[in-house]
Ligand binder design. Structure first.
Ligand code: AMP
Ligand code: GLY
Length: 426
């Protein structure tokens, strides 16, 4: 069969790579794809993004199933467009994708269904927002309501920073319509984890646990990014925590969406803050919902799958996820992101990339912001590569990944040298 993956990041390269290992898959199209998917045997890039144009392509090529990577096409309604024409696609409808595309929707939903999350209020009026900040004090978190490509959250440690964030979003319109409404919430402490499941509207299929590193610099310092590295499994998600997250967060979310008349299908990613204390009673709160897989969490998760992934997506679109199985490699997978000069600000593009080694069964370099320009591979985005390795221990996996990072060159490359540090300590 032929498949389509929508998106252009490391997540989509990793999904396409794993799907191609199924002996039932003849070809994977990636729209629009990147330099890595352009080079991958059995895959090709398609320069389409409009939902109807994608649906026409799927019909013309007789593509059996489409998987959506990023949030933007979901918020545009690509799933609604495909389903209306009887095409099989794994992802949430536009209405269900509001769990990610509107923070205010997600917060009101969580309060309504008693899903634990930080105390908050939503504002469009800057005067009211400033006085709420003064009343609550710092630290405090300011979030743009809409999609802002990872730039919509300011964790303000001082009142000045918090007021400045409100002025930028509500006053100066720095994030456009996405920031015309802001959620201001309590700053939570603890350790973050990414909890990702597949849903078919009713059944829930959890993926292996993972954790990413959001800050740009070592020791979790510097500005927030989309993610500078990730690993799976995440030791912080013990079996007790896992069961609690399913019971306290995931089940009520899926049941709540169904009760609200917008059943959730696709990936549900709960970004969690796991607070201090005994695993049986520590606070577990939702920082955010995403309605897609994480990037770079997907890269290590895909490395650990030893069984056929196509059948899991088939169960996802057919409403039979209760019958899905995945054989997980028990080893640790860890991915180190190499980003371009000036990321997470406006990145410099067009730097030639050299030194990427051939793929091995335990180490794959997934591409994100790369483009093949006349057979020269060049940077074309903020996050460029994710070097992902698999080995018995966190330390050995980390070493393997960094040995490969050190072979790869492009001008201005930035990467963290401590991906996995929390897992090393546990
Ligand atoms: P979000 O897009 O909501 O996940 O926010 C991006 C990042 O900001 C999260 O991964 C956290 O590191 C941080 N963050 C978001 N909300 C909070 C909060 N209420 N308290 C502390 N940190 C937060
Ligand atoms: N790595 C975080 C995200 O994909 O949102």
């Amino acid at each position: 069969m032929k498949l389509l993956v929508i998106g252009s990041g490391g997540r989509e390269h990793a999904l396409a790579w794993r799907l191609l290992q199924s002996n039932r898959v003849e070809h994977v199209y990636v729209a629009p794809g990147n330099g890595g998917t352009a080079l991958m045997k059995g895959a090709s890039n398609v320069a389409l993004s409009d939902p109807q144009a994608l649906a026409d392509f799927v019909r013309a090529q007789d593509i059996a199933l489409t998987v959506v990577g990023p949030e933007a096409p979901l918020a545009q309604g690509v799933v609604d467009t495909f389903r209306a024409q009887g095409l099989k696609i794994f992802g949430p409808t536009r209405a269900a994708a509001q769990l990610e595309s509107s923070k205010d929707f997600a917060k009101a939903f969580m309060v309504r269904h008693r899903i634990p999350t930080a105390i908050y209020q939503t504002f469009t009026d800057p005067v009211a927002a400033h006085s709420y900040i003064n009343a609550r004090g710092a630290p405090i978190v300011i979030k743009a309501d809409g999609l802002a490509a990872g730039k919509g959250v300011v964790v303000a440690t001082t009142l000045d920073e918090a007021h400045a964030a409100v002025d930028a979003m509500l006053g100066d319109g720095s994030l456009g319509a996405a920031g015309a409404r802001v959620v201001i919430e309590e700053c939570l402490l603890g350790e973050e984890a990414s909890f990702i499941v597949l849903c078919d509207g009713k059944n829930i299929f959890p993926l292996a646990t993972s954790q990413d590193h959001k800050r740009l610099n070592d020791a979790d310092q510097g500005p927030n990014t989309g993610g500078m590295g990730a690993y799976s499994p995440a030791p912080v998600v013990t079996p007790v925590i896992f069961d609690r997250v399913m019971k306290e967060v995931i089940h009520p979310t899926i049941a709540g969406m169904a009760a609200d008349g917008i059943p959730f299908t696709g990936f549900l990613y709960a970004g969690l803050m796991i607070g201090e204390g005994h695993e049986a009673s520590c606070p577990i709160k939702v920082l955010e919902f995403n309605c897609r897989m994480g990037d770079p969490e997907t890269q290590p998760i895909m490395m650990r799958i030893r069984s056929d992934l196509v059948s899991v997506f088939e169960h996802g679109v057919n409403g039979t996820l209760d019958q899905a199985t995945i054989d997980w490699d028990p080893r640790t997978a860890l991915g180190v992101v190499m980003a371009s000069h000036n990321y997470p600000g406006v990145p410099r593009l067009g730097d030639p990339i050299t030194g990427i080694p051939a793929e091995k069964s335990d180490c794959v370099v997934f591409h994100a912001g790369t483009v093949l320009d006349d057979s020269t591979l060049k940077t074309s985005g903020g996050r460029v590569l994710c070097v992902t390795a698999l080995d018995d221990t966190v330390r050995a996996t980390q070493k393997m990944a960094y040995d490969v990072v050190n072979q790869i060159q492009f001008n201005g490359a930035q990467y963290r040298t401590d991906i996995g540090w929390r897992a090393l300590e546990s």
